[in-house]
Design a protein. Structure first.
Length: 300
């Protein structure tokens, strides 16, 4: 893998000092970042969802599966792994862990969970509730201490413990659940609200995974806000391609200005933008793209 060129990027480039709203998982107490952004946290007088919320959920439920369809989701995970770890084999990454010296501490697992950006801590906390005797539970005090920083203090032996725990099926399932609830599901939902097709849903997912589901200028909802200043979403009556061009422009600018992560924009320029300009809004295979100078291909 070309990790020197393509460091695995966790969600939360808005980091150090995690946004508590951005880190909440949909379904937990408090609004998720997506709810905060699109108004889905509104409630009626009885404490339940109001009519607008119900209408939104009903509208989403009637939409095609899009990126959530099993074969499309597999494709999305392969595309993301090519950008983050120079591989299409994302299932080989459960035990991945490395200090990329990017200000986020250890980066680990299938979604680049980081000790410095709260998502790794959240994963281990939830996993430990269900499996209190797991090999990572002993590190919870240290993980809480370093959360929001680049410190590795107290984490001696943690990489070995992570690699060992990654052999446990339950921990692999926990990683997948954390990825889906924190990044994949909110991204697909928000894209559907914006009227975007499968490619647009992947564009949102990859952005949320890399930049984090926060509302700062360099996080997902900040990028979306910048795009909305240039173009309307399809749901608002705009042209889908024009909006996605604006979103990719805004995202590219954030990557180029980033101080804590790889500034190479090929995941936008020679992958997502290529798919868009080819008119492949359904993200259909075959697909050919380049990331950090490496060429990838998925047959039809």
């Amino acid at each position: 893998m070309l990790l020197a060129l393509a460091p695995l990027a966790t969600a939360a480039v808005f980091l150090l000092g995690p946004d508590p709203e951005a880190d909440r998982i949909p379904g937990e107490s408090g609004p998720s970042s997506s709810a905060a952004a699109d108004g889905a946290a509104r409630t009626g007088r009885d404490g339940g969802p109001d009519d607008a919320d119900r209408e939104t959920e009903e509208r989403i439920a009637k939409m095609p599966a899009g990126l959530a369809a099993p074969e499309k989701k597999e494709l999305a995970l392969q595309l993301a792994a090519s950008a983050d770890n120079s591989t299409l084999k994302w299932r080989t990454l459960y035990g991945y862990i490395e200090d990329l010296e990017d200000g986020r501490g250890y980066t680990a697992g299938i979604a680049g969970f980081c000790t410095g950006t709260h998502d790794l801590l959240g994963l281990v906390e939830r996993y430990s509730k269900a499996h209190p005797d797991n090999g990572l539970a002993a590190y919870l005090p240290a993980l809480r201490e370093v959360d929001g920083s680049d410190s590795l203090e107290g984490l001696e032996g943690f990489p070995e413990a992570w690699e060992a725990e990654a052999e446990v099926p339950a921990f692999r399932e926990a990683q997948e659940r954390e990825r889906d609830e924190r990044y994949f599901d909110p991204a697909v939902r928000m894209a559907k609200i914006d009227g975007l097709g499968t490619l647009g849903q992947f564009v949102y997912y990859d952005a949320m995974l890399l930049h984090g589901p926060g509302k700062g200028a360099d996080s997902f909802y900040g990028i979306r806000a910048a795009a909305l200043e240039k173009a309307e979403t399809k749901a608002a009556g705009g042209d889908e391609r024009a909006y996605l061009e604006a979103f990719l422009d805004a995202r590219r600018a954030v990557i180029r200005e980033g101080k804590r992560f790889q500034r190479d924009t090929s995941r936008v320029d020679s992958a997502q933008r290529v798919f868009l300009r080819n008119g492949n809004l359904s993200l259909s295979t075959p697909l050919t793209w380049e990331i950090y100078g490496e060429r990838f291909h998925l047959p039809g």
